[in-house]
Design a protein around this ligand. Structure first.
Ligand SMILES: [Zn+2]
Length: 85
């Protein structure tokens, strides 16, 4: 299953990433669910966690979660050939 739903505790146990996008200005941020659970009530639904946008002070967000795959190599790694000098 993808998308949102469930409690923060469940998401943290599944090692999910929570991505929130501000409806006011489109500013987005991603967090580990376990990090959010450290300062919010873990038994609340993820959608019920209150955020405040750094950019516009908005408090309406779209929330999505994704499974964080520890085995997948990050896309940002660039393999560079080495040359003998
Ligand atoms: Zn905003």
């Amino acid at each position: 299953m993808s998308g949102s739903g469930g409690t923060l505790r469940q998401a943290a146990q599944e090692g999910r990433i929570v991505t929130i996008t501000c409806r006011g200005c489109g500013h987005g941020a991603s967090f580990l669910a376990s990090d959010i659970a450290a300062f919010a009530d873990p038994d609340r639904p993820i959608e019920a966690v209150r955020f405040r946008c750094r950019e516009c002070e908005g408090q309406a967000f779209d929330v999505a979660t994704a499974v964080f795959d520890r085995d997948r190599k990050p896309d940002i790694i660039v393999w560079r050939p080495t040359r003998l000098r």
